[in-house]
Write a protein that binds this ligand. Sequence first.
Ligand code: SAM
Length: 263
Amino acid sequence: MNENQEALRRPWRRVLLAQGLAVVALLAAVYLLALLSPLRLSLWLAALLQGALAAAIGWRLGLSRWWLWINLAFLPALWLLQQAALPGWLYLLGFALLLLVNWNSLGERVPLYLSGRRARQQLGEWLAAREQPAHFVDLGCGAAGTLLHLARRFPRGRFIGVESAPLLFLLAWLRCLSQGNCSIRYQSLWHTQLAPFDAVYCFLSPVPMPRLWAKACSEMAPGSWLISNSFAIPGVAPDARCELGEGRQTELLFWQMGGADIR
Ligand SMILES: C[S@@+](CC[C@H](N)C(=O)[O-])C[C@H]1O[C@@H](n2cnc3c(N)ncnc32)[C@H](O)[C@@H]1O
């Protein structure tokens, strides 16, 4: 993995650095102010200043734009919540729920967002045009909305969802209990053998795509299809694409495994 990819994988180090440096700079400023003048900062103003500093430092450290808003709002939001005097366990519960849903945001750099209506519809059209019932896997199936939609539409197909965020897995598993042709595995996509599937669908992020392509090339059967919602594989042109135009979901990209000789 080169330096840029490593930096992409671990922005939270820069976030922590930005927050830490902003706290140190603010403490120094408050100390100097106390020494040199009778002025005193209110806690609210101090939190706002720290947020602005953290956002500026994060920007200098090359964080993407949405992190700047998080850096800016973090301490002021803590201050506001403190004013609400909520019981301590609520914070713990909120943290635990966020962690169990966003399990793969930090390590894998893949947060939860869902395939839209048009993506589901286009996947359905693509499956309908095939002769054989599909053996389909959704790598990182979230709460299994897309998978269930397809499983209901194609009762002769077999649909597998793979998910490693604990709460999402539980939701997906419960939702699919009554759908006989659909099942969910609590498993990392990196430990999922891709050979049995003739269609492998994913909606992940730019970060895992090169590694996923290497895995697909070594495991998927000739003639089977890798389908990615919106995220390309650097340097590998897709065999087909289908426009979505649903907010950030730009297109479905299709690669047929086995190279030009089977097309
Ligand atoms: C952007 S969401 C897509 C959800 C669903 N496939 C859809 O299209 O609506 C990506 C999902 O992949 C899951 N994920 C990320 N890395 C994973 C991994 N290594 N193994 C299994 N699931 C993973 C995340 O927890 C998240 O639920």
